[in-house]
Design a protein around this ligand. Structure first.
Ligand SMILES: [Zn+2]
Ligand SMILES: [Zn+2]
Length: 276
């Protein structure tokens, strides 16, 4: 019996359902068949947020977050009160994704930093841990987390692609580290090294579906089921069993996102290696 995995970061509302089995029920069945019991559906903008929250209301295997992605340019900037109101809902267990992305946005990015600070304030006000998206913005991300006291709520550095130094400094700030399908890519050697060295109690796994499909499904649209291949790869890197990685990452998820209550789900026996 395989302990259930959690996909700690996906965008169920943005999946290409046609390519992933036809409808959301098929996506959920495939997740279950791969041993994936729960998923955190992450908000990226104000417009989609009601749909994200609705998915979590409709299915006890799905949790939601509240937030606006750093690359989004909504007509109106979300203020702290708006973010607070979004988060204050029983199925909303996290604040994000927020952070800094200097790769995809250009020019004076002061608006990104201001928005990031507001998310941290709303996270602290509502007791929701943060989901951080950081790309080519290492020093500013760590500095703002420090300045705003993000340590109080902690959270996760999602889709981690940085070096050991950033992982260590993020852990000092009370953050977990989450790996996506990128860690399965052949050329991600430095990242594999971080995944190998990371203390087990800080480790999370995710798909970031519909993007970043792990090996062996690279090239196809991603879906929560495939977090299993991320976990299998990390198990291999760390010379651990898949069972041990599943157990640790699932425990870490529910310990970090304390408002997420695990439902009593049936655990199904799986053949070793799954069905690919
Ligand atoms: Zn992201
Ligand atoms: Zn994402």
């Amino acid at each position: 019996m395989l302990p259930l995995l959690v996909d700690s970061h996906c965008h169920l509302d943005l999946l290409n359902l046609k390519a992933s089995g036809g409808d959301l029920a098929a996506v959920m069945r495939n997740a279950q068949a791969h041993g994936v019991g729960y998923m955190l559906c992450v908000s990226v903008n104000l417009k989609h947020f009601p749909r994200v929250r609705g998915l979590a209301e409709a299915d006890e295997r799905v949790f939601a977050s509240a937030g606006v992605h750093p690359n989004e340019r909504p007509p109106e900037e979300p203020d702290v009160d708006t973010l607070r109101a979004m988060a204050e809902h029983a199925r909303v267990v996290a604040m994000g994704e927020t952070g800094l992305d200097y790769y995809r946005s250009e020019g004076d990015l002061d608006w990104q930093r201001t928005r990031f600070r507001r998310h941290i304030a709303a996270a602290k006000a509502t007791g929701r841990p943060l989901i951080i998206h950081a790309r080519e913005a290492k020093e500013d991300t760590l500095r703002i987390l420090q300045e705003e006291g993000a340590r109080d709520v902690g959270g996760v550095m999602h889709c981690f692609t940085e070096d050991w130094d950033m992982a260590a400094r993020a852990m000092d700030l009370n953050f977990h580290i989450s790996f996506s399908g990128i860690v399965t890519f052949g050329n991600a050697l430095a990242l594999k090294d971080v995944a190998k060295r990371l203390p087990l109690d800080r480790l999370l796994v995710e798909t970031d579906a519909p993007w970043l499909t792990p090996t062996p499904h690279r090239g196809k649209p991603n879906q929560p089921a495939y977090v299993r291949f991320v976990a299998e790869h990390i198990a291999e890197l760390r010379d651990m069993t898949l069972e041990a990685v599943s157990e640790a990452t699932t425990n870490n998820f529910f310990r970090l996102f304390t408002l997420a209550q695990p439902a009593k789900l049936p655990q199904i026996p799986l053949p070793r290696g799954g069905e690919g």
